[in-house]
Write a protein of this length. Structure first.
Length: 290
């Protein structure tokens, strides 16, 4: 399946960002720590040329801790200030504020030399469901922006003033018109950065199973309680050579996802598995490696 999602409001959002970025002293980009490459919109690199940059690998609490450190090092070696963290958690705020101060130190000093209070403007951007609004609310200390765990909630621009003289511009989550490869789309769909209504959830769940079996063997059987033998028996019953189908069938059986005729309800099991994966209930996983 070719995963693509680029609704009309994203075109308007990119246009708005181009219009608003000129006064920004800093661009703060939020990516997803589970897919650090696929969750970075290349259009943001073009928009941010000549600006100070801060890359936040958000939702790091859902990602493999060892891989978080490798990805931080990977991007820093490329000259990009990078933090892997959960922006909604206690402690992250201090690290983020320190990074902002460090990156905008020269601008703040110029303002003070002119007898002005330091005024720092930062544009916050990233893909849908990256956690931008939650990040802003944490820094602001109150719910100044709307947050939901689904893509497409933020639609317009909004400047938010912080107590320390920093102003943040909240922007809508944006993807790009055409992904370079199929894997990028798959990974974005897996973490919930596309509208699930447009996706084949069963096919996506099978992809998630393939990835977890390759990178974290045993994680699914440990969480859902099935055995390798059960999965093989399910494969024989379904007359398939796809191990992922046998595993999804075993998961359906163990979690009561059954439809009429005592048959596995693959759609229900697929939605459950993807919800568990996205919420970190199965474990902490990074599906792209530095």
């Amino acid at each position: 399946m070719d995963y693509q999602w680029y609704p009309g409001h994203m075109t308007k959002a990119i246009r708005m960002m181009r219009e608003q970025i000129a006064p920004a002293d800093l661009v703060i980009e939020l990516a997803d720590a589970r897919i650090p490459l696929s969750s970075r919109n290349p259009d943001i690199d073009a928009l941010s040329e000549g600006k100070k940059r801060l890359l936040i690998l958000n939702k790091a609490d859902l990602a493999d801790e060892a891989e978080n450190k490798r990805w931080e090092q990977y991007f820093r070696e490329k000259g990009l200030e990078t933090l892997a963290c959960n922006t909604a958690a206690q402690g992250a705020e201090k690290r983020i504020r320190e990074a902002i101060r460090r990156l905008t130190k020269e601008k703040a000093e110029r303002d003070r030399a002119k007898g002005m209070n330091a005024q720092i403007r930062a544009m916050v951007c990233g893909i849908p469901n990256a956690g931008k609004s939650t990040f802003i609310n944490r820094l602001a200390g109150s719910a100044v922006t709307k947050t939901e765990n689904r893509p497409g909630v933020t639609r317009g621009k909004q400047w938010i003033s912080l107590p320390d003289g920093v102003k943040l511009l909240d922007t809508p989550g944006v993807l790009w018109p055409k992904f370079d490869d199929k894997v990028t789309g798959e990974h974005l769909a897996l973490i919930g950065s596309m509208n699930d209504v447009n996706l084949d959830m069963e096919t996506l769940a099978l992809k998630a199973i393939d990835l977890l079996e390759e990178l974290y063997p045993g994680a699914l059987s440990s969480f859902y309680g099935y055995t390798e033998e059960e999965a093989r028996e399910r494969m024989e019953e379904e007359q398939t050579e796809l191990k992922s189908v046998g595993i999804l069938s075993a998961i359906a059986a163990h979690r009561g996802c059954i439809r009429r005729g005592a048959l596995p309800d693959y759609e229900k099991a697929a939605v459950m598995l993807l919800t568990d994966f996205r919420g970190g209930r199965i474990g902490r996983f990074t599906i792209e490696r530095a």
